[in-house]
Design a binder for this molecule. Structure first.
Ligand code: ADP
Length: 191
């Protein structure tokens, strides 16, 4: 058994993954890998990868699997001494989950648990439109784009609950409440 803690923080757009990651990082010294943040950094640098991703992100579509898998592979290799990782916004498709498992299997450091933040669609739309007032993110400003992101999640990402359940790793956590309440629920889910 590996003593590393590798957590997949899971949930639809606006569920609070970024906010709750901060606590998990502090509490457990984990390295935070957010594909959304990595992609936004590429856009800021105006790299070819960033330009390709921006078009899709602005429409609320997922970027291609090979793009995010490559980014995650580089980051895992760059942090091989980390006490563990928190994966935020990754994996989002079955192909991504399978790649992640094989990357970690080659290091004998499997995923410990998938913590899934559960929030209703009406609450998600409300939170994202509110975030759009200050985040500067084009994809948070338009309700059609927000609803498309939620559709993409339901179609391509939500099935990963079954993928991790089959491995006995899925843990659902109520994502509605104060930040501190949700943090406490995540802590007890980690055990
Ligand atoms: P949110 O938490 O609001 O979903 P993210 O920052 O995680 O925001 O993602 C923003 C956008 O970046 C997504 O809508 C998608 O276009 C792209 N993206 C992020 N992670 C992935 C991924 N693992 N696979 C494909 N696309 C991704």
């Amino acid at each position: 058994m590996s003593n590393k803690l590798n957590i997949v923080l899971f949930g639809p757009p606006g569920a609070g993954k970024g906010t709750q990651s901060e606590f998990l990082i502090k509490q457990h010294g984990l390295v935070h890998l957010s594909t959304g943040e990595l992609l936004r950094a590429e856009i800021k640098e105006e790299t070819p990868l960033g330009m390709e991703a921006k078009e899709l992100m602005d429409m609320g579509e997922l970027v291609p699997d090979h793009v995010v898998i490559g980014m995650i592979r580089n980051c895992i290799e760059a942090h091989h001494n980390a006490p563990g990782f928190i994966f935020d916004g990754f994996p989002r498709t079955k192909a991504q989950a399978e790649s992640l498992d094989s990357m970690l299997a080659s290091k004998s450091e499997p995923i410990t648990a998938m913590l899934a933040l559960e929030v209703s669609e009406s609450e998600l739309v409300k939170r994202l439109l509110k975030r759009g007032e200050t985040s500067g993110r084009a994809d948070d400003k338009n309700e059609d784009v927000i609803r498309n992101r939620i559709r993409e999640y339901e179609k391509k990402t939500a099935p990963l609950k079954d993928y991790y359940s089959a491995q006995g790793k899925y843990k659902g956590v109520n994502g509605v409440g104060t930040i501190a309440e949700i943090t406490a629920r995540l802590s007890s889910a980690i055990g």
